[in-house]
Structures are given as structure tokens and as C-alpha cells.
Design a protein around this ligand. Structure first.
Ligand code: PLP
Length: 336
């Protein structure tokens, strides 16, 4: 198959319009059959629920080419499950999980020319999302919804080498107890924009949020979960207001089953983060971004950056994803 003429390794993380996307509409209590389309714009009422009350959620995953030349994506069934949970919390109809995976597969397949080749470091980012589309002015859920999947090629995350991040403990909060921090809702991102722009202006790469009830425990950043390493142990915060990262859940399995590390998922106090030697942020985009420094109001805590354990975790999970290492049952969805 002929690939698009793109300099894959120089791509950044930005939207590039590809050939086809998937659309299904929910109306009169049911989803239609759905289809692929070349229409990249959406026309909805000026009063659509998503525009007035932000009734929308999304997912993110990557499709890529493995060492043996297959196009695959990583654990899309978990994205389907997570989106179903987001929908239930936002009073949106669930797009059936098997159809979600099928829609991802069909959209990637229809854009196979846009899937970067093995070894380029680039991948095809897949963005499923849903929104309330009919006119709603009194506060209530929409009656009609659109589910869409588009794809866009993205470049290697660590272009020009790994630069350990400098992050700050945030003074603003991300998620309220019993709120929506555990679902992938657009609203969680809208309210984080002020803080991320401010962090960048102050010279930080990211905000690390603490629990908003007591402000004594580490939660996660605006778009990635956090892991800490100490000796032979991986520690990651446990909290009801953290977004359950598929990368983090996969890394925990890799740590235990492939690397023989001890794994602790438990509340992590702000007062103990100086006890760890390595720290990383995990999510689909980077798999793991090593943290060099956490700044807690003038107090700096330093970590090894891409230290030996984070390097091993990174190499093992990306090895599994790329087909260089055997994957646990069901982790790799072959598309072509
Ligand atoms: C999407 C997201 C993550 C990362 O999840 P992955 O499934 O690993 O990509 C982490 N935190 C937040 C707040 C997110 O929205």
C-alpha cells in the first residue's frame, strides 16, 4: 500500500485532516448504523447541548505499524469501556463497546495510508468522541447525540531526545471529591486551560494536582497519571478522582509480570515524594515522560529523569506494543 508523502519524523502533535472519519447518530432512543464519511465538518444547532452545557466526552489512543508490518492499536476495548463510563456519568447514551472497537478499526483501516511506518517513531492518533447535538436551553441532557472517530498522524513524542520535565504542585484543583475527575469529559480540560497556560508562563511543563479535599495527597497532572519508583518498588496514587489511565494500568502489569517489581497502588502523601528516586507521567501520548523536578512552592525535589527503572518500563511496554516482545492476551488489536 502506498503511504502518504509525509516526513513522519518531523511531525508534531497537531491536527492534520485525513481522508475518512466515522459518524453515528443517536435519535429517538437508538443509534443508527453509522458510516465512514469524508465530511470533516460538523453542523449542529446553535443551541446544541454540547455548546451550551459542555455535554461531551472523548477518548484517545494510537494506531501504529508493528515490527512485522501489521497495523494495530493497543487495548481499544479499555477505551470503549472507559468511554461507556464517561457517558453514563454525563447522562449520554453508551455507544456499544463492540461497535466502538469496530468503528476505531474501520476508521484506521480507511486511513491506512496515514499510518506511519515502523521505526519512524510517529503514530496515528485516534480520537473517538461524543456530544449532545440537539437544541437544549433548560438544563437537562440532550435527546440527540453524535459519536465520531477521526484520526490524525502525530510525530515522535521525544523528538530531539528525552528532556525530563519540570512540574509544579498546583494551587488550583482539577477534580472535586465525587465529581467528574475519573471520567474523560471535555469539561475537565476546559477548566484546566487557565492553569496550564499559567504553568507554561511560569516556566513549568505541567501542573501536578493534589486531592482537593485535604490538599495533602498527589493525584495526577492535567492529562497524565503519575508513577514513582523507589528501589524495586513502583508506587502510584490511588484515588477516586484520578482518570484511570490505560497506560498506567498496563505499566503496573508490566512492572509486576515482566520486570518482577513490587507494585503499590495507594494514597501517596505530598510529604513522602522526596523518598522516591524516579518519577514519570504516563499516558498514551508519551507512554512515560520522565520527571526531573517537582517544585512544591519553592522547595525542589529532584529525580533521576529517565532513570534505570523508568527506562526498563518504557522499553518493555513499547516493546510489547511494537511486537518486539510477547503481549498479554488481548492487548494488541490487529487492524490490517
Ligand atoms: C487521558 C488521560 C490520561 C491518560 O490515559 P491513557 O489511557 O493512558 O491515555 C491521564 N489523565 C487524564 C486526566 C486523562 O484525561
Amino acid at each position: 500500500m502506498e503511504k502518504k508523502n509525509i516526513d513522519w519524523s518531523s511531525l508534531g502533535f497537531g491536527y492534520v485532516k485525513t481522508d475518512m472519519r466515522y459518524v453515528s447518530n443517536f435519535k429517538n432512543g437508538a443509534w443508527d448504523d453509522g458510516c465512514l464519511t469524508d465530511q470533516d465538518t460538523v453542523t449542529i444547532s446553535e443551541c446544541a447541548c454540547v455548546l451550551q452545557y459542555a455535554q461531551t466526552c472523548f477518548e484517545g489512543m494510537k494506531a501504529y505499524t508493528t515490527e512485522d508490518g501489521h497495523i494495530v492499536c493497543f487495548r481499544p476495548d479499555l477505551n470503549a469501556q472507559r468511554m461507556a463510563n464517561s457517558c453514563r456519568r454525563l447522562k449520554m447514551p453508551v455507544f456499544p463497546e463492540d461497535r466502538f472497537v469496530q468503528a476505531v478499526v474501520e476508521t484506521v483501516r480507511a486511513n491506512a495510508q496515514w499510518v506511519p511506518p515502523y521505526g519512524s517513531g510517529a503514530s496515528l492518533y485516534v480520537r473517538p468522541y461524543m456530544f449532545g447535538s440537539d437544541a437544549i436551553i433548560g438544563v437537562k441532557p440532550a435527546n440527540e447525540y453524535q459519536f465520531r472517530v477521526f484520526v490524525t498522524p502525530v510525530g515522535p513524542y521525544f523528538k530531539g531526545g528525552v528532556k525530563p520535565l519540570t512540574v509544579r504542585i498546583s494551587d488550583l484543583d482539577r477534580a472535586a471529591p465525587r465529581g467528574t475527575g475519573h471520567v474523560k469529559a471535555g469539561l475537565n480540560y476546559a477548566m484546566s486551560l487557565y492553569n496550564i497556560v499559567d504553568a507554561h508562563e511560569q516556566g513549568y511543563d505541567e501542573n501536578v494536582y493534589v486531592d482537593s479535599a485535604t490538599r495533602t495527597h498527589i493525584e495526577e497532572t492535567g492529562g497524565a497519571n503519575i508513577i514513582f519508583i523507589s528501589g524495586n518498588k513502583l508506587v502510584t496514587p490511588k484515588s477516586d478522582t484520578i482518570l484511570p489511565s490505560i497506560t498506567r494500568r498496563s505499566l503496573l502489569h508490566v512492572a509486576k509480570e515482566y520486570l518482577g517489581l513490587e507494585v503499590e497502588e495507594r494514597p501517596v502523601a505530598l510529604s513522602e515524594i522526596g523518598d522516591f528516586t524516579e518519577c514519570g507521567l504516563c499516558g498514551t501520548a508519551a507512554v512515560i515522560s520522565p520527571v526531573g523536578t517537582i517544585v512544591d512552592h519553592g522547595k525542589e525535589i529532584h529525580y533521576a529523569g529517565m532513570g534505570p527503572t523508568i527506562q526498563k518500563l518504557y522499553d518493555t511496554l513499547t516493546g510489547i506494543q511494537m511486537g518486539r516482545l510477547p503481549a498479554p492476551e488481548g492487548w494488541i488489536q490487529v487492524i490490517e
